[in-house]
Design a binder for this molecule. Structure first.
Ligand code: SF4
Length: 764
């Protein structure tokens, strides 16, 4: 597999490899820490500002960087805060982060300020401890009010310190309310060396795909100074937080939201006081100060190295630091060092270098460092490479992705497990880097999952043997599909390679034998997944045509077709090419030919609307590597004769490009290249990037509209639509998903309008 390393950026003499500019896992460790998290995280440096409504808080967390608590007296008035917002707007601020203390101790004021920002056209975000969510109804009502007032993004802090004051219920209530409103929110969790309790902290969010988790290192500032020695002490990378100036409760502007709060006035981290200088002057200083610029492009470590290169400062620094902010505050709390650095860093050569780095960072924020990309495609690339080639695991871009604080380890872990990659990744997880980057629960849960997968594969194997016996009894044959087929191939083909796990056993059995096989298995004690008499699970819309069976807890699905009829695969030809297994205990089983495996896997990925394309990418690479003699002409012929050929060519092109898979370029060139194809590719790319955060598979109507989009002709669309609307499977699908009754009245004008609006948003 080709290595994907980003190109260096060139600006005159400056050559800056991307991987030398590393985002950080820094955290200020209080719930108001801004960390450049403006409404969509891609705001350019200097474009946003944190606004501290109060330093009061109804909690008193042990890691709070601004030492908030109920004891704090004095806070800005309503008029002062409104004035600050107006000043910010006049000075080109493009986003306001409402913070505290706990801003929601002043709820009416929060709403008023949000409305004011809305009037001024400024997007808003808020961080909060979420105590307003303790009552579920109040959580829903408050979230609605906040959103109506204009709140664009919400981050709730929840970690071991907040848990001392309130359990997860309040945050869950808010998450549920957000889910109902189709609103993505963030939960900030702080990390220390010992993070064994984190598994329990994040577990409540398993059920919320709309919650994105971030894992920030606690920094030894404010009350967290007492925690030194327990912290992770990562000092590398550039500081994102330094890109968002903060307006403190007492009217100062600091370089970042939180850690700089107690810095001395001569420190560049305290930019100035609005009672003495205009906001315009202070924001301009924040933007151009050479020390701050260095912190947000190359980071505090680089700053210290530059200082040590100056006469008189060769020995500056301590042997170790308890985190990036510790290092940053140490350098910037030395008045002489600050003075020397200001002069040194103002040299044109260094100014140019920083400008170049800034451009790289801003460019990457729109591309590979975009939050969606980092938690989607970029992460999948890194993990797929690690799963396939554990030897060359964590190169270059891995650090920039997995070393980030806003990397959602929680949902990534769930996604990797669902894609069956827990086992293939184990070798790569034993590396030192991984131990540094990942919270303990990530590896523990995936290690447990790998064990479960191994045990399940043994049961699956036994289930296959018994299926083969029963097929022998009734005189039929079965073809193992997807992960089951790949695992069966690996079992009998040396050198055995680790294959991805499969949740169930999928088998295709010709209709004339399928019901007999199912009945016999029930006689043998296998358990039915569906009510007695309802063995026909669905019609042409769904391809699991007979109700599932359980053997020793493992799900077995008997398919009478490879895929739903609307996919229009040349199934007869594909089945005819299936290869019998050599193992005598599975004499009545076959696996698809490599061409059939690849076609089936890709079309199946499309059917599930990209949500498991990481699994599809693994399957594509596995087939390409395991079968170098694959007949690409035959595959192209089958794909082009299928009713939904775009459902094959779009992912083939996209995944080969994005993951650097070993699919021959000559084959990819055979893809369609018209406008329809390009729009579908854009759409797939967009949702491939977001699949861990946005489960649009949950809305069956949107899902079906996408499937219609893949159809080639009006006739094909009409036939497919008929199946969706009037097929029995439609009802059962909705019921299985537990959708509310109102969801079923999909033909009401209101529902149709909603679907149309969602669809336009998705397809734009
Ligand atoms: S103290 Fe320095 S490193 Fe820490 S958040 Fe502020 S600017 Fe960044």
């Amino acid at each position: 597999m080709q290595t994907l390393s980003p190109p260096p950026f060139r600006d005159g003499a400056a050559v800056i490899p991307l991987h030398s500019l590393q985002p950080t896992s820094c955290s200020t460790g209080n719930c108001s820490s801004g960390l450049a998290l403006m409404p969509d995280d891609d705001a350019p440096c200097g474009g946003s500002m944190a606004l501290m409504l109060t330093r009061r808080c109804n909690m008193q967390c042990g890691h709070c960087s601004v030492e908030s608590g109920p004891h704090v007296k004095g806070e800005p008035t309503r008029e002062e805060l409104l004035q600050r917002i107006h000043d910010a707007a006049q000075n080109g601020i493009m986003g306001i982060l409402v913070t505290g203390g706990e801003a929601m101790l002043r709820p009416a004021l929060v709403l008023e300020l949000l409305r004011e920002c809305k009037k001024l056209g400024i997007p808003t975000a808020m961080t909060s401890n979420g105590s307003w969510g303790r009552d579920a109804r109040k959580a829903e009502r408050t979230l609605t009010e906040l959103r109506e007032a204009g709140l664009g993004s919400l981050t709730i802090s929840f970690d071991r310190y907040h848990a001392e004051f309130q359990g997860p219920q309040a945050v869950e209530n808010i998450a549920r309310a957000a889910q109902k409103a189709n609103f993505t929110m963030r939960v900030s969790v702080t990390r220390e060396q010992d993070d064994e309790d984190m598994a329990a902290l994040v577990a409540p969010f398993d059920a919320f795909p709309n919650v994105q988790l971030r894992f920030y290192d606690v920094q030894p500032v404010g009350r967290a100074r007492k925690l030194e020695g327990t912290l992770r002490a990562e000092t590398g990378g550039f500081c994102n937080a330094c890109g968002t100036p903060a307006m403190t409760d007492d009217g100062r502007i600091t370089a970042c939201n939180g850690p700089a709060y107690f810095s001395p006035a001569y420190s560049p981290l305290v930019v100035g006081d609005t009672r003495e200088e205009s906001m315009q002057t202070l924001l301009a200083r924040h933007n151009s100060d050479p020390i701050l610029e260095t912190i947000r492009t190359f980071g505090p470590e680089y700053l210290k190295r530059e200082l040590q290169s100056l006469p008189g400062f060769e020995d500056f620094g301590r042997a170790s630091y308890a985190g990036m902010c510790d290092l940053c505050l140490h350098v910037n709390s030395n008045e002489k060092a600050v003075e020397a650095l200001h002069t040194h860093l103002s040299q044109p050569r260094l100014v140019a270098l920083r400008m170049a780095a800034k451009r790289v960072i801003e460019g990457e924020r729109c591309m590979t460092w975009n939050l969606d990309a980092v938690n989607g495609l970029a992460a999948y690339r890194v993990f797929l490479r690690a799963a396939l080639d554990p030897v060359h695991t964590w190169e270059n871009d891995a650090k920039a992705i997995l070393g980030r604080a806003d990397f959602d380890w929680h949902h990534q872990e769930m996604h990797l497990a669902q894609c069956g990659l827990a086992g293939p990744l184990q070798k790569a997880f034993s590396t030192v880097q991984m131990k540094r980057w990942a919270p303990a629960f990530f590896q523990t849960r995936l290690r447990d999952q790998a064990r479960i997968d191994t045990l399940r594969s043994l049961v699956q194997r036994e289930a296959m043997r018994r299926l083969s016996d029963v097929l022998g009894e009734v005189g039929g044959r079965g073809v193992l599909l997807k992960g089951s087929g790949m695992a069966a191939f690996e079992m009998e083909t040396p050198p055995h390679q680790i294959s991805r796990a499969s949740c169930d056993v999928d088998i295709h059995i010709a209709p004339k034998y399928a019901a007999k096989v199912r009945a016999r298995l029930l006689q043998l004690g296998w358990k039915s997944e569906v009510a007695e008499g309802a063995i026909e699970q669905n019609d042409g819309e769904h391809h699991h045509q007979l109700g599932g069976l359980r053997f020793e807890g493992v799900l077995v699905e008997i398919h009478q077709t490879l895929l739903p009829s609307y996919c229009g695969l040349p199934e007869r030809d594909i089945i005819a090419k299936a290869r019998p297994l050599q193992d005598p205990s599975m004499a009545n089983l076959s696996i698809l030919s490599p061409e059939g495996m690849l076609l089936h896997s890709v079309m199946h990925g499309t059917k599930h609307l990209f949500s498991h394309y990481l699994k599809t990418a693994w399957d594509m690479e596995w087939v390409a590597r395991r079968f170098p003699d694959l007949d690409w002409d035959l595959l192209a012929k089958w794909a082009n004769s299928s009713g939904m050929r775009r459902g094959f060519w779009v992912p083939i092109t996209l995944l080969t490009q994005e993951f650097g898979l070993s699919i021959p370029a000559e084959f990819v060139k055979r893809a369609l290249s018209d406008r329809h194809e390009r729009r579908l590719e854009d759409f797939a790319r967009k949702y491939l990037l977001r699949s861990t955060r946005f489960d649009f598979d949950n809305n069956p109507w949107i899902r079906r509209m996408v499937q219609l989009w893949f159809c080639d002709s009006m006739l094909h669309r009409a036939r497919t639509l008929g199946g969706f609307l009037f097929g029995r499977s439609s009802r059962e699908f909705r019921q299985r998903r537990g959708l509310e009754k109102s969801e079923l009245r999909f033909l009401s004008p209101k529902k149709l309008r909603q679907i149309w609006a969602s669809w336009r948003k998705l397809a734009q």
